[in-house]
Design a protein around this ligand. Structure first.
Ligand code: TPP
Length: 225
């Protein structure tokens, strides 16, 4: 990402419309927002972006990380640690968006590293048979992480009608049991997290109020501009 930014910057400077002072102001503003965002993320560890930020710091370096839709990919983009961790990041638009994400993740998984998926709950529910292949992947370290916010939360910020969210009370332990995965449930990301050989599912349940507070504080931060 750093390299890409350098390339874009170098190319932009060649254009006749380049305004060095405006660019420097914009870069300073961006750095300031980034620094203040880190404070909000640390103040709200049980919010969805706060959990994603913590996770991005605790997933072992050099892991493969698969971001499945819909908020996880956007929240990772916003909140994940900016310092290079050597992650190999994967994502797939699939046929339509949230279909086949578990299967695609398992197709990408490699034996020489930890493999992490971070998926929305409806996304996970769309691919319930996906883990069938795990019995043929014994030597591959797999963690299926699900951000269970009780529905398609991306729509809560787009539409006032709750129907768009397809809310549900489903918890995921029974799904882990069905396919023989170890199961953990988190309401915040624990401090210590080691490499995990084996197959595991982690249901992460963010606190709704904390998530709302996070977005409010973030909006206020952007308005400071
Ligand atoms: C196959 C398919 N069906 C429906 C949609 C529409 N869709 C886009 S995002 C989304 C909700 C995803 O919910 P979830 O996986 O829980 O993620 P969250 O929004 O909570 O992050 C839906 C239904 C889609 N993109 N693809």
């Amino acid at each position: 990402m750093d390299r890409l930014c350098e390339l874009v910057y170098a190319e932009a400077r060649k254009t006749s419309a380049w305004n060095e002072r405006a660019a420097q102001r914009w870069i300073e503003w961006d750095r300031k927002i980034h620094a203040e965002l880190q404070t909000i993320l640390m103040d709200e560890p049980q919010s969805e972006p706060g959990m994603i930020a913590a996770l991005s710091r605790r997933i072992p370096k050099q892991s493969q990380v698969y971001l499945g839709n819909s908020l996880p990919i956007r929240e990772w983009d916003l909140a994940a640690v900016a310092k290079a961790q050597g992650f190999e990041i994967w994502a797939s638009r699939g046929l339509n968006g949230i279909d086949g994400q578990v299967s695609t993740f398992l197709g990408f998984a490699r034996p020489d590293t930890d493999n992490w998926a971070i998926l929305g709950d409806l996304t996970a529910l769309y691919d319930l048979p996906g883990p069938w292949i795990l019995s043929q992947m014994k030597d591959i370290s797999i963690t299926i992480g699900i951000i269970n916010n009780g529905g398609g939360k991306i729509f809560s910020r787009m539409f006032s009608q709750k129907e768009f969210q397809n809310q549900h009370p489903v918890r995921f332990k029974a799904w882990a049991d069905l396919w023989g995965l170890e199961f953990e449930s988190w309401d915040r990301v624990p401090q210590g997290m080691s490499t995990h050989p084996g197959h595991r599912m982690i249901e992460m349940v963010p606190q709704e109020e904390a998530t709302q507070r996070f977005w409010k504080k973030y909006q206020e931060l952007l308005q400071k501009r």
